[in-house]
Write a new protein. Sequence first.
Length: 364
Amino acid sequence: WLTSDNMHHQWLLLAACFWVIFMFMVASKFITLTFKDPDGYGAKQEPLILTAVTKVEEVHVPEEKHWPEEFQPTGKAFSGKLIHQALVHMERLELLRNVCRDTALRNLSHTAVSKFVLDRIFVCDKHKILFCQTPKVGNTQWKKVLIVLNGAFSSIEEIPENIVHDHEKNGLPRLSSFSDSEIQKRLKLYFKFFIVRDPFERLISAFKDKFVHNPRFEPWYRHEIAPGIIRKYRKNRTETKGLQFEDFVRYLGDPNHRWLDLQFGDHIIHWVTYVELCAPCEITYSVIGHHETLEDDAPFILKAAGIDRLVSYPTIPPGITVYNRTKVERYFSGISKRDIRRLYSRFEGDFKLFGYREPDFLLN
């Protein structure tokens, strides 16, 4: 009986030691991420996209993080999966911070908090949430979540598809619609997140959606944007096919692409960089989700934002978030290494900031 009692006490002591060590690790990572060196980010730059600029001071003020209740030191049993998720997201933010401070990548990682950026950020004042839209990574579903939270509809199932992207009717204000002081306050205090995806796979998705299938029938992509790209970037002038992926890659990798972007207007949001869309080195985001791990990231984001009991992320079809290496290699197989390298040079910031590997077909 005494031996059993001693073993019991030994196990309790071991568990207590593990608890102290784990809390120290989590706390040290959290402090590292929260109390950032303000000198890590430089002066404001001119916006990459030439739109009207709202004078918004860059925000680097440390904020109170919205972490799940299970991560507070209440003495309750921890969920192993939630612990793992929290560490994953902390490491993502730490990587982002380190790459933002890399002066060699500064031109690819920094942008001004312009009106173009503020137009991408949707606001839920009721629950103090900001969501930056990064098209082609499942953003429609997140917009549905915010529409329900804002009270326009009582459930996701009730939202008509034609309403989701109608910003006059969906009840989703953009951050750009507020005064400068109100913008500052929200950037400083609200829970902020966005989703990323392998940059090259995202470009393939944008090409297929806008120039091949075009399920929502947005004719300007085929009738206005595609001809503009073809005229400038198609090598074989006798070719009469519609826009080919090779044309698209050549346009995106051109260092002088911006003059054409200005003609296309905000339609370019489907293929510009995450840096240009969300200014991740200028705005202190709370969480960055990955499309490839969305099954885990979506519930974590809802819990971290404190809304997991109010709304659920729509069911994710099996396999839809898995990175399709074969598809990516097939799309790039007929394109010259020169054109692919120029494309990678433009999106290198996105690859490095969010931990995506340089494609194998560029290393061979």
